[in-house]
Write a protein that binds this ligand. Sequence first.
Ligand code: F6R
Length: 361
Amino acid sequence: DMGGHDTYMHKEMSEQAEAVDRVLRGRIDDRFSTVHLGGLNLDAREARGVRRIKILGCGTSYHAGLIGAGLIEELARIPADAEPASEFRYRNPVVDPDTLYIAVSQSGETYDVLAAVQELKRKGARVLGVVNVVGSAIAREADGGTYVHAGPEVCVVSTKCFTNTVVAFALLALHLGRIRDLSVADGKRIIEGLRKLPGQIEEILAMEPEIEKLAKEYAGAQSMMFIGRVRGYPVALEASLKLKEISYIHAEAYPASELKHGPLALIEPALPTVAIVPDDDLLEKNRAALEEIKARSGRILAVAHQNQEKADHTIVVPKNENELDPILMGIPLQLFAYHTALAMGRDIDKPRNLAKSVTVE
Ligand code: F6R
């Protein structure tokens, strides 16, 4: 049942405020400025013993894991990174007892992720799951973890589950941070930011008519470039994946700082760039990248917290805490991919060649 929407993707994008509300509900502890995650199976002493965190997932879940790794480093100061589960599995990884492994999956059935979890467990590692489907194979195989509570996702491409997974990582990062060195004041600041998310998501969803107009302007492009820096780079990766999956427009994502090391050669009027430009400590650096693109007559669509002079269009999104901004900045680009694909007459809920869960190698 699409509940009055034309596609599941549209229904699922529009459910994101309530989905985020659901993943937050009952977990915030204002007294200690932290959160409780019931099923983690990792006590405070064990959490303090973690020396590294390695996050494994595929596709959109891998991108959520990249943002999750950033949140864990920022809030908990534990070295963390994310890697595609299949790459990890085939490179005979060094499995280290002081590393905490986290498997991320919407379906909980993705074969490459499940096989990585099984291999890790066989080698004695501790593996947590950040999973949406309750009781799925990865959830059962993991030593503990947290459910994402996005609710059922039917559209082949992931939207609301991506957003909720990133929020679940923010909760985990806050929890680990408050066990380690994150101050009460910073804990409180992040909690206040988390509480603002559902309302801010509604504000972004209300911008759909404006985004639809922009999407129609860009729908003729052969190819698009997505750029971001640090917190914005995984947002660029995910936005680029979403666009290619449903519109079949070729897209690639680069860290903004890498432009001058090669991809700047591609910039010309026919190759538009979507730039993630948050109001944080890297704002000036990002603006410099926009200037470089403009100097080559490239068209620019910015997602930012204030209008960007060098951009042809700016989608202005509400500001949250710097650490939480990536959660919001991806949402207008889901709508952008959606309306681009719609303008091109694509079958949005069932893109060619793709399946909702990839249970084979
Ligand atoms: C992208 C998409 C895929 C999945 C990937 C992992 O929109 O849906 O990239 O994210 O196949 O699936 P899960 O999260 O079920 O493990």
